[in-house]
Design a binder for this molecule. Structure first.
Ligand code: NOJ
Length: 874
């Protein structure tokens, strides 16, 4: 197993204390004590929401649910439990796998990371990260990246590929995993996630949208011996308008699974929070797939089942490899003694099996042909078992296809030009160059020498943690620049050498900023950027300053996980050009030189704001580092994260959200505003739910979970079987969680289909406009549409502009034009009415304005359209 796993295991061992005091491990009937925690601040609540709404009521899933019902109605209790429960850490080829129901052709479901390609394998592509895909603002490219990731997952026999990520959304600029998602805005995240999901799932692989929800910081996300994981405390409106928004888009796109996060939400653990799983996700958003736990995020067997968890991963209890579990045999017991209603188990299984049918995995879907645990060809089949049969574990199947092309395109079209004085860029092919910084070169320890990319050495292609993929190769900037200009000196070092610069020499300085997942600490940064802050790593700022003192022309290239501070050098007269190349994956070098040497114009735009300093952010989005008690992370800035905050606080940042220059210029003209579906204050009534599968309600015979005769069990592998099934039955009263009830809740008025009331996606206005390349070089433009809503009419405070739609042109030659169409939905113009519990819009769009520009800043706006008045130049 990967080297980074040791600290992870140690962390898990620490869980023992809390878990044993608070869970349903040994006897589901007895363990009802809740986890001790600091009290929730009084203004936040988690209302109970029981029972779990059954899946299968959305017409897009009818056929799959009908097939699932046939299968599930014939399953034994053991088979049902098998499908819902992981078989244990290191108990198969994938990072997690369930048991099987082979009588019905259902294999052990293989779940594997992650959002930018297949983790821990070979002959795969290391795609650009989510933040890079977001920076392209190109829906087609994002879709194509999703298809390619899906093809690779299928090729490796992965049933469930765990991406994309929309949580963290990027509330905290220092947060470790913001690079896995697409940028600090709900619409950007939502549109990009929907494209990625549709792309991935077009190949038959089940996508997992994660982490549900409010997992905005890495430190203290998990429960340890000294404290339980932090609670993200949030108000209902902010939750709906910012954090739930991209999940709604993912559900609408038909995502097959959603991962419940580690953290608590308003004082209740995400995996057993009935309000967010049963209420928001399964009722209001009409999610028809299955909810899987994050790894070791489950802390109660009955409580998580009742709250809406459908699959437990990796299946172990609080401590891996002890052979115990919250589900598996415990779930069998809980069904036999009635503490988990059979209907709930049937729904869990039906959701999983229906998703498997929905994606067509019953038809010739490959089995895993790789191992996440080892690079060897043969080895133990169940490395977590003390005695395991051995066999072929890696078949080294090459799944790369021609995906290097899409990887390079995404990386190239994400490159964001922030400064370009005197048209310093593009460079001529024979320019005399001096290149500085280790970020231009290879990892000095060797490609993939740091497990899960847990180091910052050489070109930064991605952050670290489970959201990584091994590099099959990397084209370094050094190699790629050399291919374009033989006249280059390389100083692949982070200390500035003693050099003499000729007057026309150009320096290119490479700097980076890394972050990742909490189980690896890199250079004293435990996932989140604690020590590094938002500055460049390895003295990068100093390197730029020193280069700027020697050279009259300095180009800075930045590889970064997110916002980075530039104040030490950005205004120096010799810093002529700055490019953010985000996290480019394996095609780092070629994608960069495509732009540096002018074969392509840069067309990326910032998917977040770059501030002058961290004091410009609200204090509440700083990291919280608190060793005792449960952290109560209060989202007091409410909807004002990233650019929403800068607009509201009237702070001009260093570079605004959406910003990005080109080698050419664009003019937006001939804009028209067309009215579509008429906009009422609230959406029309939601459609009723269709019936969901029904099953026999009698508790199955205990014999269904008896060990099969002659069964050869593997020690510590997790099974659904009980030594004495008859002893499990009981009729003693069970203390269910407070608020638990069995009669269904009234259907939420904001629901009605996948994502919510389908009327929320009615197009109510469309802006069409012409984009013309007015410069002398070919290039691509992004038209970003921001809405200005009348807060007074809606009775809420609002930022003056919010991104809701965008489109990118194809490559336009000088003088060429293209017409772009930007549809705006009812939801795009709505705010969440916390009293009515529905989306409220200004009737007929009165006083709504649409700003279309090349960033969120007013000075980058080109067109403004006002409802009832039409469009004009901004
Ligand atoms: C924990 C991470 O938070 C999650 O994103 C990942 O999918 C699982 N580990 C499995 O590796």
């Amino acid at each position: 197993m990967a080297g980074g796993i040791l600290p992870f295991l140690l962390g898990l061992l620490l869980l023992a204390h809390c878990a044993s005091a608070s869970t349903h491990r040994s006897n589901p009937k007895q363990n009802t004590e809740k986890q001790k925690r600091d009290s929730l601040p009084t203004n936040y609540t988690t209302p109970d929401y029981y029972p779990t709404p059954n899946g299968g009521w959305d017409s897009n899933w009818s056929a799959a649910y009908a097939k699932a019902q046939k299968v599930v109605s014939n399953m034994t209790l053991a088979e049902k439990v098998n499908i819902t429960s992981g078989t244990g850490y290191l108990m198969g080829p994938c990072v997690g796998q369930t048991g099987s129901a082979l009588r019905f052709g259902i294999p052990r479901i293989c779940l594997q990371d992650g959002p930018l390609g297949i983790r821990n394998t070979d002959n795969n592509t290391a795609f650009p990260a989510g933040v890079t895909a977001g920076a392209t603002w190109d829906k087609d490219l994002i879709y194509a990246r999703g298809v390619a990731i899906g093809e690779e997952a299928r090729g490796k026999g992965i049933n469930v590929q765990m991406g994309p990520v929309v949580g963290p959304i990027g509330r905290k600029p220092r947060s470790g995993r913001i690079w896995e998602g697409f940028g600090a805005d709900p619409s950007l995240q939502g549109i990009a996630a929907a494209q990625t999901i549709q792309g991935m799932q077009s190949t038959g692989v089940i996508a997992t949208l994660k982490h549900f929800i409010l997992n905005e910081q890495e430190m203290y996300r998990m429960t340890s011996v000294v404290q339980v994981g932090y609670s993200s405390d949030i108000d209902d409106r902010t939750l709906h308008e910012i954090y739930l928004w991209p999940f709604a888009e993912g559900v609408k796109a038909g995502v097959g699974s959603i991962m419940a996060a580690y953290n608590h939400v308003n004082g209740s653990l995400s995996t057993q929070n009935s309000q967010i799983l049963n209420g928001l996700l399964k009722d209001e958003l009409g999610f028809q797939g299955f909810v899987v736990s994050d790894w070791y995020a489950q802390f109660g067997g009955v409580s998580s089942a009742l709250a809406g968890l459908d699959m437990a991963m990796p299946g172990d209890g609080a401590i891996p490899l002890l052979g115990d579990s919250f589900w598996n045999y415990e779930l069998s017991t809980a069904i036999l003694n009635g503490t988990v209603p059979l209907e709930r188990l049937n729904d869990m299984v039906t959701r999983i099996v229906a998703t498997w049918f929905q994606l067509g995995q019953d038809d010739d879907y490959p089995e895993p042909n790789f191992s996440t645990n080892t690079e060897d060809a043969t080895g133990p089949l169940y490395p977590g078992a003390l005695f395991s049969p051995s066999g072929v574990v890696n078949q080294f199947v090459n799944v790369q296809g021609n995906h290097s092309i899409i990887a390079r395109e995404v990386a190239r079209d994400a490159i964001t030009l922030l400064k370009n004085v005197n048209q310093t860029l593009p460079l001529s092919k024979n320019a005399s160059l001096s290149v500085f910084g280790t970020d231009a070169g290879p990892n000095s320890g060797g490609l993939n020498s740091c497990s899960d990319m847990g180091c910052d050495n050489g070109i930064l292609t991605m952050g670290w943690g489970s959201g990584t993929a091994r590099l099959p190769y990397v084209i370094t900037p050094q190699q790629a620049i050399l291919n374009n200009s033989a006249n280059t000196q390389f100083y692949v070092s982070d200390s500035f050498p003693s050099v003499t610069a000729a007057a026309d020499d150009i320096a290119i300085v490479f700097i980076n900023a890394d972050s990742g997942e909490n189980y690896i600490t890199v250079e004293s940064n435990p996932g989140d950027r604690t020590t590094a802050g938002l500055n460049a790593w390895h003295g990068g700022d100093d390197l730029v300053v020193k280069a700027a003192a020697k050279y009259s022309t300095v180009i800075v290239v930045i590889h970064t996980v997110g916002p980075i501070l530039m104040e030490e050098w950005i205004d120096l007269p010799s810093v002529k050009a700055v490019l953010v190349a985000h996290l480019p994956g394996q095609e780092a070098g070629d994608s960069l030189t495509d732009v540096l040497f002018g074969d392509y114009s840069p067309s990326g735009h910032l998917p977040y704001t770059i501030p002058h300093n961290e004091f410009e952010y609200p204090a509440s989005v700083g990291l919280i580092d608190q060793l005792l008690g449960q952290i109560q992370d209060q989202f007091t800035e409410r909807i004002y994260i990233d650019y929403r905050h800068f607009l509201q606080a009237n702070i001009t940042p260093r570079f605004p959200f959406g910003y990005g220059l080109s080698y050419t210029t664009f003019n937006f003209s001939d804009a028209t505003l067309t009215t579509g579906t008429s906009l009422t204050e609230y959406p029309p009534a939601r459609p009723a739910k269709s019936p969901t599968p029904t099953y026999a309600t009698t508790i199955p015979p205990a014999s269904e979970v008896a060990w099969p005769t002659g069964f050869n069990s593997i020690w510590r592998y997790l099974y659904p079987y009980l030594d004495d099934p008859a002893a499990a039955t009981s009729t003693a009263p069970y203390p269910y969680p407070t608020g638990y009830k069995t009669t269904p809740q009234p259907a939420p008025r904001a629901g009605g289909a996948q994502g919510g009331n389908p009327a929320l996606w009615d197009t109510v206005f469309t802006v069409d406009l012409k984009v013309t390349n007015t410069g002398t070089t070919s290039g691509r433009a992004v038209a970003q549409l921001y809405v200005e809503l009348p807060g007074d009419t809606l009775g809420v405070d609002l930022p003056p502009r919010q991104l809701r739609q965008f489109e990118k042109t194809s490559i336009l030659a000088p003088g060429d034009s293209e017409t772009l169409s930007l549809p705006v939905t009812r939801k795009d113009l709505s705010v969440w009415d916390v009293v009515v519990q529905d989306w409220k819009a200004p009737v007929n769009g009165e006083d709504v304005k649409f700003w279309i520009g090349e960033s969120v800043a007013l000075e980058d706006m080109q067109i403004v359209c006002t409802v009832g008045q039409g469009c004009e130049s901004a």
